[in-house]
Design a protein around this ligand. Structure first.
Ligand SMILES: Nc1nc2c(ncn2[C@@H]2O[C@H](COP(=O)(O)OP(=O)(O)OP(=O)(O)O)[C@@H](O)[C@H]2O)c(=O)[nH]1
Length: 462
């Protein structure tokens, strides 16, 4: 586990997760990973990534956290954060979000130090068609907030969102102001707006706001940028409060609930491996795998197994999805993927047209042109294609024997073998089966098999 744990450590640090959090995480992961049952069809190091992923999700609160609405309106949301993090934008986005939820909403502009900020909120309010309460720059922010609340109560507004002044850095005046506002507003939510690009400094920032003012959650903005989002872990870690929303762009629609699983996969930057492991978990039933292993050993692989395998692939997503999940396969062209998908469905149609006996005993078809013709007619394919499918099955049986021999030598078949086998379904209509040289797809698949030791296929012991 040493090497994969190093990779994970690196991924976390690159994602700007703070060092103490990384240390803690890697320690607890090492503990958890030992004794975790190994899933068939998945490499242990890939499975380790999944353990980390699950741990990250639980560190970020597990589930999406929602806004706490007040029993008696208005629900008051006080927004806090440094200058330029996207606080005012987030106010507009949140107002639109509430509107879409069927809640009436009002915004309050209290940034008396920057008239431009008040103007910005008024513009955003117009854009999302939500009224903005403002009182110029003469009154104190606390007084404006008080009046805004009064007006919201009078109008029976459901949600009141109070924008506040930011500073370039954490400073005492800003904190005092926020504390006073909190006192007069008694808000249901105090949401700290954090820029995802803040990186490791997020920990200190969140900690300061939480200690001074007390927050109920955070909104992480600019996750559409380059940052890998490690700051998200710090928020929960230092404050124990969840991120409730993420901002994913400048537009008013670009606000989403925060889903810890999405962020975890972003932080790890190993999304492909993760989805592969998850899909393999779902679709590669243990029994199926054991059954298949037995068949491989006995070289009794028949059309039923073939179909089962096709279905397993289908359950793992479309062929395109599966291919893309294999590290390094991103270069496969959409046309190649479409071809592979079509070939799979052609083979499936032919197998479905076979009788149960024919599926179990391919000899019956091999010997009888009448049977082959019937299968061709029923599946809407040519006799030549049925013939090709049958010889593919025999080829696969031969490969199975090789595999069995390799397994007895202690070598486990890999996903590349699964792919190689699934190519039994690769029957471009009317074309000769034996092409000179390998197709691009085949070349890529075997290149990956050699270079990257792709995930183990079913039938492997580990
Ligand atoms: N790409 C991207 N840009 C964002 C996002 N949220 C805000 N911005 C941009 O970030 C800049 C600053 O946003 P503001 O909302 O003005 O920041 P603020 O925190 O209110 O700043 P002050 O009013 O100065 O306190 C603006 O140009 C926004 O368009 C986001 O989620 N993604």
């Amino acid at each position: 586990m040493k090497e994969p744990l190093q990779d994970i450590r690196r991924a976390l640090l690159e994602a700007d997760v703070s060092l103490p959090v990384v240390r803690k995480l890697v320690g607890s992961i090492a503990e958890k990973a030992v004794g975790t049952g190994v899933i068939r069809g998945v490499r242990p190091d890939q499975q380790l990534v999944k353990v980390v992923y699950d741990e990250l999700i639980s560190l970020m609160g597990g589930q999406a956290a929602h806004i706490e609405f007040s029993g008696t309106p208005p629900t008051v949301i006080l927004m806090a954060g440094l200058q330029g993090v996207g606080k005012t934008t987030a106010c507009g986005k949140l107002a639109l979000y509430m509107k879409k939820k069927g809640k009436s909403c009002m915004l309050v502009a209290t940034d008396i130090y920057r008239p431009a900020a008040i103007e910005q909120l008024i513009t955003l309010g117009k854009q999302v068609e939500v009224p903005v309460f403002e009182a110029g720059t003469e009154l104190s922010p606390v007084e404006i907030a008080k009046r805004g609340l009064k007006e919201a109560k009078e109008k029976g507004t459901d949600v009141l969102i109070v924008d506040t002044a930011g500073r370039l850095q954490v400073d005492a005046t800003m904190m005092d102001e926020l504390k006073q506002m909190k006192k007069v507003l008694n808000p249901n939510e105090v949401l700290l707006v954090v820029d995802a690009m803040t990186g490791q400094e997020a920990a200190a920032l969140v900690s300061a706001f939480n200690l001074e003012v007390g927050i109920t959650g955070a909104i992480m903005t600019k996750v559409d940028g380059d940052s890998r989002g490690g700051a998200a872990l710090s928020v929960q870690e230092v404050s124990g409060k969840p991120i409730k929303f993420v901002g994913e762009g400048e537009g008013m629609n670009a606000l989403e609930l925060f889903y810890p699983d999405r962020m975890a996969s972003r932080i790890l930057g190993m999304g492909d491996v993760l989805s592969f492991v998850e899909k393999a978990q779902e679709s590669m039933m243990k029994e199926d795998a054991e059954d298949m292993q037995k068949k491989i050993m006995e070289a009794k692989y028949d059309f039923n197994d073939y179909l089962k395998q096709l279905n397993a692939l289908a359950r793992m997503g479309s062929m395109g999805g599966v291919l893309k999940l294999i590290p390094g396969m991103n270069k496969v062209t959409p046309q190649q993927i479409r071809e592979a998908e079509r070939s799979l469905s052609i083979a499936e149609a032919m197998i479905n047209a076979m009788t149960p006996e024919e599926r179990e005993d391919p000899e019956l078809l091999a010997k009888s042109p009448v049977r082959r013709k019937r299968v061709a007619t029923e599946s809407g394919r040519t006799e030549a294609q049925v013939g090709q499918l049958i010889s593919q099955l025999y080829q696969m049986r031969a490969q199975m024997k090789n595999l069995a021999a390799r397994m007895q030598d202690g070598k486990m078949p890999g996903l590349e073998d699964l792919e190689e086998l699934s190519k039994g379904a690769k029957l471009p209509p009317g074309t000769a089966r034996r092409k000179k040289g390998k197709s691009e797809l085949q070349k890529q698949l075997s290149a990956i098999g050699n270079k990257q030791s792709a995930p183990k296929g079913f039938g492997s012991k580990n």
